[in-house]
Design a protein around this ligand. Sequence first.
Ligand code: AMP
Ligand code: ZN
Length: 521
Amino acid sequence: MEIKYKIEQLRAALHEHNYNYYLLDAPTISDFEFDQMLKSLVAFENAYPNFYDPNSPTQRVGGGVTKNFKTLTHRFPMYSLANTYSREELIKWVERVEKGLGHENFNFTCELKYDGASINLTYENGTFVNGITRGDGTQGDDVSLNLKTIHTIPLKLKGDYPDLFEIRGEIVLPIAGFNVINEERIKLGEEPYMNPRNTASGSLKLQDSSLVAKRPLECLLYAIAGSNLGVASQFEALQKAKDWGFKVPNNAILANTIEEVFEYLDYWGKNKGDLPYEIDGVVIKINQISQQNELGYTAKAPRWAIAYKFDSEQAITKLTSVSYQVGRTGAITPVANLEPVLLSGTTIKRASLHNEDQIEKLDLRIGDSVYVEKGGEIIPKIIAVDHTKRPSESFKIKFISHCQECKSELLKEGGEAHHYCKNHSGCPPQIVGKIQHFISRKAMDVQGLGSETVVLLYENGLLTSIADLYELRSENVLPLERMADKSAENLIKGVLASKEKSFSKAVFGLSIRDVGETVTK
Ligand code: AMP
Ligand code: ZN
């Protein structure tokens, strides 16, 4: 009896700490303490398997394998959304709604349209039951095991929730996490993923849930379904879902007029780049549930909602040349130099080409007209070539055979997508890149020293390896341009302080190929 109580207490505490960390972004205990609690729960559960709970916080690390996902029928079909790119059509939709509601008053919620994979979660008595993909809208796949690894999906609810209900949301992969995954893949010589959305929906279908656990997926909620939910409007539903412990972004608004809707569109059209995840538009919904029911559905979509999609951000320009960047591990990345072109508010001059295969796949030549697109990454990429516009004097791109920085011969080993400069200890961008990585926030987090200063120190012969950092003296640093007493002192202090960092951070900082953050831990 006492053991059971102890286990329940640990579970409840860990659910709460998970909530504080992932939903509120305000942990009240350290990661170390959290890990210790989790470890002791794992130990108890192993010793007392009769107290097994499918929704224990220990299930979040994954490990279960699903060979074939069970197909389940949705209790309430998952509709698609009517969509438009034009404000005139939006006005026409509002006119249809007005007519449909016999000119009653109504208002709208405006929400962001998260670009990920839609999911339907069921909860009974405050406990996660299962989660099903949208599938064809009628039936989807039960991906519950994988979903449990996503920390923003509560396994136990808080507050005053209905006994039984479904909640719908979008599984998204935030851009930062997507970029980390791709960096890792590039390091391993694997093809980088195309975009966060496909990666998110692909992740849900991975057989090994422990692999899903490694991806920083999030679940953003936007609708609840069920009977007797005691909720009168969409806006209230969002608020309640948040109270029950779901992640509901704060950017939904209530709008009373179409002008207010347009303001929302203007705002997010301009500022969507500041969000941590991708959106492909805005969803406008009639707020009152009773009015939603009055309007009903077409065969495919609700009449009470519409998606306004932002223009996809593409531009056409010309490829003028290709340069080659050397990463800190020696991987060579070709970079397209472009005739400057305006793309969603910024002038683009360069685009990533990933590797030689990518150049071949695109059948790209110098002088070609190319389509550039801003994806999840900060650097835009070339997504297609307009071969009909190829000038007669175009010539093929010959991938370099030697490192342009250190003249070593490049190697491309079997199965690898990238060429590598293997002169790891003598190739300047590799040396500088490794030091920059070592001092970066995720590694040793050296205060008082930035990437540009590393370059400066390298160029002045004061830094030729990571080890040199710990030999720096302020009298050597001071004579450099832009160095003042204070900044030299801070630099030395920062380097000294880094000695207190955990050993795993130091190992991670060494840029050993195939040894990322998780492995070092
Ligand atoms: P579409 O896939 O273009 O037909 O758009 C419909 C999909 O948009 C839905 O299935 C949801 O997965 C997704 N979606 C993203 N954000 C929202 C939101 N705030 N409200 C409703 N649906 C959304
Ligand atoms: Zn080199």
